[in-house]
Design a binder for this molecule. Structure first.
Ligand code: 5GP
Length: 175
């Protein structure tokens, strides 16, 4: 599981991890959040609230959580047995998954500084109030992640960060 505050680059990191490691299988989450301008169509399965709620009632999610008024959920994965599941989820979701599977690895990717994080959020077009909310949520996520003994990785350089996470995954496979 890869978690971290908004704007830290989790999506890019997850994509690069899958590109370099054919054993990883990236789950595509569902969300009720509207698609951002420029966001790829396959970033999520974008659905309305009713569709999401019906899927909860049909027991369609491994986990789901509410984040800033939107719902996000991991559908039950249909990964082949020989693949390792990669989830890019918030820390609340990571906690539910860790309860089901204590062997799951939780990596919390953080920005070198809060101002780096704010800059990335602005660059992707988040309005100022969203930037403030995401910074505050990031602070809460950081402390929840510490409670779960997540492994912290600082995204100071994308290639190095991906390398570090790939090594952590390899080490867990060998453990
Ligand atoms: P964003 O709106 O920036 O794409 O995502 C907001 C937050 O929701 C991020 O922390 C992201 O990791 C998390 N998230 C994305 N998909 C899921 C999911 O399926 N389950 C949970 N619990 N969180 C998710």
């Amino acid at each position: 599981m890869v978690s971290g505050p908004g704007g830290v680059g989790k999506g890019t990191i997850a994509r690069l991890l899958v590109e370099r490691d054919g054993r990883l299988w990236l789950s595509r989450s569902w969300t009720t959040r509207p698609q951002r301008p420029g966001e790829p169509d396959d970033a999520y399965v974008f659905v309305d609230h009713d569709t999401f709620r019906s899927h909860i009632e049909a027991d369609g999610f491994l986990e789901w959580a509410e984040f800033h008024g939107n719902l996000y959920g991991t559908p039950w994965p249909d990964a082949p047995d020989d693949r390792d599941l990669l989830l890019e989820i918030d820390v609340q979701g990571a906690r539910s998954v860790a309860e089901r599977d204590p062997a799951a690895l939780l990596i919390f990717v953080d920005s070198p500084t809060r101002s780096d994080q704010a800059e990335r959020l602005r660059q992707r077009g988040d309005p100022e109030d969203a930037v403030r909310r995401r910074l505050a949520e990031g602070d809460r996520e950081r402390s929840r992640a510490a409670d779960l003994a997540a492994i912290e990785v600082i995204n100071d350089d994308l290639a190095r960060t991906v390398e570090e996470i790939a090594s952590l995954i390899e080490a867990r496979r060998g453990a």
